[in-house]
Design a protein around this ligand. Sequence first.
Ligand code: SD4
Length: 291
Amino acid sequence: EKFKPLILSTWNHGMAANDKAWEVLQDKKSILDAVEQGVKVTEADLSNLSVGLQGLPDREGIVTLDASIMSGDGACGAVAFVRQVKHPISLARKVMEETPHVLLAGEGARQFAIARGMALEKEVLSPKAEEAYQKWKKTSQYKPIINIENHDTIGMIGMDSEGKMAGSCTTSGLAYKMHGRVGDSPIIGAGLYVDDEVGAATATGLGEEVIRICGSFLIVELMRQGRPPQEACEEAVRRAISKCKNIESTQIGFLAINRDGEYGAFSIHPGFNYARHQEKGKDLIDAKSKY
Ligand code: SD4
């Protein structure tokens, strides 16, 4: 049985990340390598203000990163609230492959990076982040704004020609979050979930609302019960809306694929898009939304 390789990632920056992931697949590397290498492009992209160390800081002016990675056989790893690590996705993979644990946080995650020979970066804000932070400090108001500044996490899910699946998710989290806040991205089942028997899902947007409904796990379980990826994403958005106290200012977007190569995406508000890469080509697609 031959499967059609497919890579999907959240937002515009998913295009460049998918290019890299596709290249890795062409090199006959694993789908796990592909989703790791793919999002590393975004982590290193200096123009991105919500992934990697150049991202917007928390209220104290400190950048803290969250990331997770999972393969379809159930192996997974994640890091949360980690500082100074340029590629948290690679650290997450090391947690998965080189420790008996799934999630390392904060100082422990940083120590683990040092122990594995990953060079730490200097703790200085990127010029764009510094400027935005100084401006924010004048009012210090924390109001999430949909699709602006806060919501550009990269989540990537994919399948190779053998039907093996994997996913990755990496972010600097919500801009001006409380120090110590952890979002959905490093929480297996919230920001990311992958099961070779069924499919894969990832999330972007206001992490609290995704965690509350175990968003990515919910989508995979709905697909397990026979729902197509599109319907599963729509049902998860409906669930999130039913639990959410402030829908007007809350954005969430989900992406999903299944074993048959079908895929879907859905968000609360318009504005969510995703990048698709398959044998016949690549494109950027606007997701449908509830409102
Ligand atoms: C979080 N889901 O930390 C992330 C934020 C994000 O696109 O930007 N998503 O809640």
